[in-house]
Design a protein around this ligand. Structure first.
Ligand code: UDX
Length: 473
């Protein structure tokens, strides 16, 4: 099938690569000439497993990059809108890019001269967006019988986006006509019939994947709400476990044990119950605000979401208090920071609690030596001023960051941090103090390894053996 993807950002590129993998012909549109040139040269602008390979395999044949939105729409049967919907001034998503492309899509529909098209919103958008897109297209001259607007929310997580796309828990398709439903069923048929997974060259599905995935058909409004409600619920789980972790600290319980007992209930499950310094990223904070706004606009009391947000913000403060408790005063202290991305496995620093915490430490007069396996280029831009002033440095690896530091702070749950050589880290640090905002290490092991160790919702640990006093450097 001929597919156009409007917007070569995170969701758009992943969708483009994956639809090409499903043997569709994809025209991937963007208005950023620099980005298009980089893509044409074979570069992959985001850090995502399998994506560089997909782009390499299909670039120039099943996958073509172009700035000709109108032509791409005219030539396609299904058009996915995947432009950015950044947080707006009021907290919810700013939909001006969606409106802008909807106008241009209308011209493409007209140019298509009667060829029926389904325009699908895939970016994270609030309820009623499909209705607005339909209206903008109609008002821009696209004849109503030539198109339908559908909603097909994307549930991919950064870092595992390609696998999430190809092996989703479910595919949600919000449609208001059978014609549109048929087209979207055909787009996803390689997944829903299981044909893709039988291919010898298929990207192997994760162990727990539900194969083939179900396709859930709903109205466009329900599909839009499913997306926002899913993210709000997951954010709620994170805030819930963070509140439980705080109670564990207050009562001397251990959140790891509590999680085990809690998650063993099949109704609750184990996922999304890791405490930490709070959720971040481009989706949760924005979707939560958007969902709250929608509820408020429709006179529905959903103050539960305010509390989710409050707990999340408070979590950073709790972490900062732990740092102050571990170090007494902050001005002039040298702090090693492990992790700047909003979660492990990605280079994304949008709404990253790690960036917020590092910023606060700098503002309080500490100096920071940071290391992140992927997010340092983006973080350098954010802290350009502080870097120029020599207040923040970026290290080549975790050991270099720890060298001579007064404490080591873990801010992102990168898997590779768990495999660090703790003896080497301890030797590099000026004082063996670690404040772990992501519970990467087991406290008993940290005591064994000679650390003063605090984490989230678990008892603090102290070195089992007497400390060797370090010579002043
Ligand atoms: C999320 C949704 O999972 C995805 O379906 C949607 O399409 C986009 O938003 P993503 O933002 O990539 O995906 O991150 P996710 O892995 O869901 O984590 C979100 C945040 O919650 C991260 O900051 C993460 O560190 C935090 N988190 C997650 C926790 O603090 N504890 C957990 O147990 C799980």
């Amino acid at each position: 099938m001929k597919i156009a993807i409007i917007g070569s950002g995170y969701v758009g590129l992943v969708a483009a690569g994956c639809f090409a993998e499903l043997e569709h012909d994809v025209l991937c549109v963007d208005n950023d000439a620099t980005k298009l040139a980089a893509l044409a040269r074979g570069e992959c602008p985001i850090h995502e497993e399998f994506l560089p390979e997909l782009l390499k395999d299909y670039r120039g044949n099943r996958l073509v990059f172009t700035d000709d939105l109108c032509g791409a729409v005219a030539a396609s049967e299904v058009v996915f809108i995947t432009v950015g919907t950044p947080p707006g001034p009021e907290g919810g998503a700013d939909l001006s890019s969606v409106e802008q492309v909807a106008r241009e899509i209308a011209r493409g529909v007209v140019l298509g001269n009667g060829g029926y098209k389904v325009i699908v919103e895939k970016s994270t958008v609030p309820v009623f967006t499909a209705g607005w897109v339909r209206r903008v297209l109609t008002m821009s001259g696209a004849p109503r019988r030539w198109f339908d607007v559908a909603s097909n929310p994307e549930f991919l997580r950064e870092g595992t986006a390609v696998c999430d796309f190809l092996c989703p828990d479910r595919i949600v398709v919000g449609v208001n006509s059978e014609r549109a439903a048929e087209k979207l069923r055909a787009v996803y048929a390689p997944l829903t019939t299981g044909a893709y997974y039988r291919r010898a060259d298929a990207i192997p599905p994760p162990d727990n994947a539900r194969i083939p995935p179900p396709l859930i058909e709903t109205s466009t409004r329900s599909a839009e709400l499913i997306k926002q409600a899913s993210n709000a619920y997951l954010a709620l789980r994170v805030s819930f476990i963070n509140a439980v972790a705080n109670l564990c600290e207050a009562t001397g319980a251990d959140v790891d044990q509590v999680r085990e007992g809690l998650g063993a209930d099949a109704r609750i499950g184990r996922r999304f119950l890791r405490p930490g310094i709070g959720y971040g990223g481009s989706c949760f904070p924005k979707d939560l605000d958007g969902f709250r706004d929608v509820a408020a606009q429709h006179g529905c009391d959903f103050r539960l979401l305010d509390e989710v947000k409050r707990i999340n913000a408070e979590q950073r403060e709790r972490f900062l208090r732990k740092v102050r408790e571990a170090l007494w005063t902050l001005p002039g202290k040298r702090l090693a920071v492990l992790g700047l991305a909003f979660k492990g496995g990605t280079d994304d620093v949008r709404e990253s609690p790690a960036i917020a915490v590092a910023g606060r430490l700098l503002a309080e007069g500490a100096s920071v030596v940071a290391y992140d396996p992927a997010a340092m280029p983006r973080a350098r831009k954010i802290f350009a001023k502080e870097a120029a002033a020599g207040q923040i440095e970026f290290a080549e690896d975790a050991y270099a960051a720890a060298e001579g530091a007064d404490a080591l702070l873990v801010l992102t749950d990168w898997e590779e941090f768990a495999a660090l050589d703790l003896g080497r880290l301890r030797e590099a640090l000026r004082c063996p103090v670690m404040v772990d905002g992501r519970n990467v290490f087991p406290p008993a092991r940290m005591a064994e390894e000679g650390f003063f160790y605090t984490s989230m919702g678990r008892p603090a640990a102290e070195p089992r053996r007497a400390l060797k006093v370090k010579k002043a450097s």
